[in-house]
Design a protein around this ligand. Structure first.
Ligand code: THU
Length: 134
């Protein structure tokens, strides 16, 4: 979570003013940072979680992701409620979980306060659409 807090400080979110930081721990001990990257053409931006997990897939193929930490909240003020990953990010993380055949633990928080945990992404996304349907 300390790595996610560091990643959040580099978020680029001038439109929403909602900063998200994400850190992945890989099985080889590497930590990958991600943060939301917004764009004047709004849908062209990307969430912190997908920036991080796609960076892992691009730079460390075949290395499993053990856990993901997320911290999120507005630029101004404190946000104490844990912020879970959006549906599109859950779908993307699910792909990695199934690809590596091992669970990815999630830890998520606001900017302070309690940290929520899930032992597996699958617990946050029942009835996953995956490659078996194709
Ligand atoms: N955002 C994330 O980075 N992760 C999520 O799971 C939800 C939303 C970003 C996208 C956008 O830059 C901002 O938060 C407001 O939606």
């Amino acid at each position: 979570m300390q790595a996610a807090i560091k990643a959040r400080s580099n978020a680029y979110a001038p439109y929403s003013n909602f900063l998200v930081g994400c850190a992945l721990l890989l099985e080889n001990g590497t930590i990958i940072h991600g943060n939301n990257q917004e764009n004047a053409a709004y849908p062209s931006g990307l969430c912190a979680e997908r920036v991080a997990i796609f960076a892992a897939g691009a730079n460390y193929p075949g290395v499993s992701v053990v856990k993901m930490a997320i911290t999120a909240g507005p630029v101004e003020g404190d946000f104490e409620e844990p912020v879970p990953p959006c549906g599109a990010c859950r779908q993307s993380i699910a792909e990695y979980e199934s690809r590596q055949s091992s669970p990815i633990e999630l830890l998520f928080m606001g900017t302070s306060g309690k940290v929520a945990r899930s032992k597996s992404l699958g617990d946050l996304l029942p009835l996953i659409f995956d490659r078996n349907y194709l």
